[in-house]
Design a protein around this ligand. Structure first.
Ligand SMILES: C[S@@+](CC[C@H](N)C(=O)[O-])C[C@H]1O[C@@H](n2cnc3c(N)ncnc32)[C@H](O)[C@@H]1O
Length: 353
């Protein structure tokens, strides 16, 4: 069933679930936004180092590939962060007060279920707001969660972080819903460079209310017991899932731009850039090739053999420099949780009352 909601010109899909109705709100994308998005993609592709924003990994197929990657032996971040959350889950309601959970880039919410299990055991009701650009994954997840947990009601916000947070802040259920726990897991914050990370933190801080808390996961930089090869291996799994995930963004762009990227002309590359402390994923052009789109602002784009398009940076952090931009933005640092190998960290923050 589809119906417009009262508070904005969005599309909402309702499912009757066991405990409470699930709503997924598809945030509207105006024609001007779509045009701006295409211009932005073109600007990235025609830069000196061509690049594609990592959000374009995540159409329905890309989200499935990501889930499969998280199950591989090589991909340590998911397993490690899940272990940290398992150790934390039972005590979390004693550490921070919340009756809503807002999760940025929620994907399948697989790790958040660890927390939902603990809340269900303690019979604590919460309203969950998963936010993700990957609409189909969001809808399937929201529906499944509301069926599975009696203590959970769910409103999914399908769209970009900034637009979804704005919609959340305006929503009456959010305004009257009590303190919120924000979550940003998976080390996804590493996809922002330093400047956009600071802008993102400011934007988050602006939407949160005094007393709201946040958990942010971050992947640790290499150290004595975390060698660079271990990180590189996580982005070069043997089954080729990460390669397929990387190439899939060209298929996604072809739909948005009506372009003719040929996946066979590109090769997956992922390596650790030691100077910048980041994994970089690229697509390497196997031959000289030209790509056409009615939305490119100039002539078709030509890529010489051996040139690359950068599709992701995934920054790795030492705890203190990771925390500093949050405290500078006005957050109180409550705690940092780590696994015993110090492969991954989760920061707990509070917007000061
Ligand atoms: C690395 S995955 C992490 C998924 C999940 N949080 C986890 O820890 O396994 C990043 C998620 O963020 C979503 N995403 C990426 N860019 C986004 C954006 N600009 N706005 C909203 N969601 C975004 C993707 O669709 C994807 O589900």
């Amino acid at each position: 069933m589809s119906s417009p909601t009262a508070f904005c010109a969005c599309t909402a899909t309702e499912h009757t679930a066991k405990a409470a109705p699930t709503t997924v709100i598809q945030l509207p994308q105006a024609a001007t936004d779509r045009a701006a998005e295409r211009r932005q993609i073109w600007a990235g592709l025609s830069a000196a180092q061509p690049e594609i924003d990592s959000r374009y990994f995540y159409d329905a197929h890309g989200s499935q590939l990501y889930e499969a990657i998280t199950q591989t032996r090589a991909y340590y971040p998911t397993r490690t962060e899940a272990g940290i959350l398992r150790a934390l889950a039972n005590d979390l309601p004693q550490r921070v007060r919340f009756s809503q959970i807002v999760e940025l880039g929620s994907g399948s919410s697989a790790k958040t279920r660890i927390l939902f299990d603990a809340l269900q055991r303690q019979n604590q009701a919460v309203h969950y707001w998963p936010i993700d650009v990957s609409h189909r994954m969001l809808e399937a997840t929201a529906t499944a969660l509301a069926h599975q947990y009696d203590t959970l009601s769910v409103t999914g916000l399908a769209g970009d972080y900034a637009g979804a947070l704005k919609a959340w802040a305006r929503h009456p259920k959010a305004q009257h819903g009590g303190p919120a726990l924000f979550m940003f897991l998976g080390g996804t914050i590493g996809n922002f460079d330093a400047t956009s990370k600071s802008a993102f933190i400011d934007m988050l801080h602006g939407h949160m209310r005094p007393g709201d808390a946040m958990l942010v996961g971050f992947d640790r930089a290499p150290h004595a017991s975390k060698p660079v090869w271990r990180i590189e291996q996580a982005y070069n799994d043997e089954a080729g899932l990460t390669a397929a995930f990387n190439l899939n963004c060209l298929t996604h762009l072809n739909r948005i731009l009506d372009s003719d990227f040929d996946n066979d002309g590109w090769q997956h590359q992922a390596f650790y850039n030691t100077d910048a402390n980041q994994i970089e994923m690229h697509l390497l052009s196997r031959r000289q090739q030209t790509v056409h789109s009615p939305y490119f602002e100039t002539a078709p784009l030509t890529f010489a053999q051996g040139t690359t398009i950068r599709t992701e940076i995934s920054r790795k952090f030492h705890p203190a420099p990771f925390t500093a931009p949050f405290t500078e933005a006005g957050f109180k640092h409550l705690a940092t949780f780590e696994d015993t190998r110090q492969y991954f960290g989760v920061l707990m923050l509070l917007k000061k009352p």
